[in-house]
Design a protein around this ligand. Structure first.
Ligand code: FMN
Length: 186
């Protein structure tokens, strides 16, 4: 039987504007991490939300970095990186690590007693030391796949990024006080 693909595939694809795409992504609440490395022998950290766990066995993560940055080049050169998962008290560190065009040396926020192979942010909720096992170039970003070699964890509440602003978690509101969920519009 012949299938009419034009019908099953729906209307022809339209070009999505990057500003619309960014707007849609801004409503996905993310945790915030600092991806760390070494630059000229000094600790370096960039603020990142595109971080995720890939596999537990073996422990594997990925981070996606804009390719044309000193941070991405550092990961490529060093061949390893750290991930510090930020707490709600880390807004200043997050701002420091996301300043466009600025150096991202981390001494001010680094854990001076950190024993890991990668620099870590003092007071991070968790820190992972990773070796780069693969790099995948996608559009203008490089996805670094990292094998986790060491982890440390601590207590605390997370830093959250939502609608282009830093937030802290709040207790879930009781159903009676919640407003009706508005419909999505396109
Ligand atoms: C909350 C937040 C999350 C970010 N997530 C990423 C990310 O996942 N990947 C990335 O390359 N840049 C991310 N950025 C932007 C970088 O922190 C940084 O500003 C950008 O790469 C420019 O760095 P450069 O000036 O060293 O080139 C994020 C910024 C903020 C504020």
């Amino acid at each position: 039987m012949r299938v009419d693909l034009t019908e099953t595939m729906g209307p022809s694809p339209t070009v999505v504007r990057s500003s619309d795409f960014a707007e849609a992504m801004s409503v996905l609440a993310n945790g915030v991490v600092m991806v760390t490395s070494w630059v000229d022998g000094r600790p370096w950290g960039i603020t990142v939300s595109a971080f995720t766990s890939v596999s537990a066995e073996p422990p594997t993560v990925l981070v996606s970095l804009w390719s044309d940055t000193a941070s991405a080049r550092a990961l490529q050169e060093v061949g390893s990186f750290g991930v510090s998962i930020l707490g709600r008290h880390h807004r200043a560190a997050a701002r420091h690590g996301s300043r466009r065009g600025a150096s991202k040396f981390l001494e001010r926020f680094a854990d001076r007693n950190g024993r890991g192979r990668s620099p870590s942010v003092a007071g991070a909720l968790a820190h992972l030391d990773c070796d780069v096992t693969e790099q995948v170039q996608v559009a203008d970003h490089t996805i670094f796949i990292g094998r986790v070699r060491n982890v440390r964890t601590a207590d605390g509440e997370p830093l959250v990024y939502f609608r282009r602003a830093y937030r802290a978690l709040a207790p879930y509101a009781k159903p009676s006080t919640r407003r009706r969920t508005p419909c999505l519009s396109s």
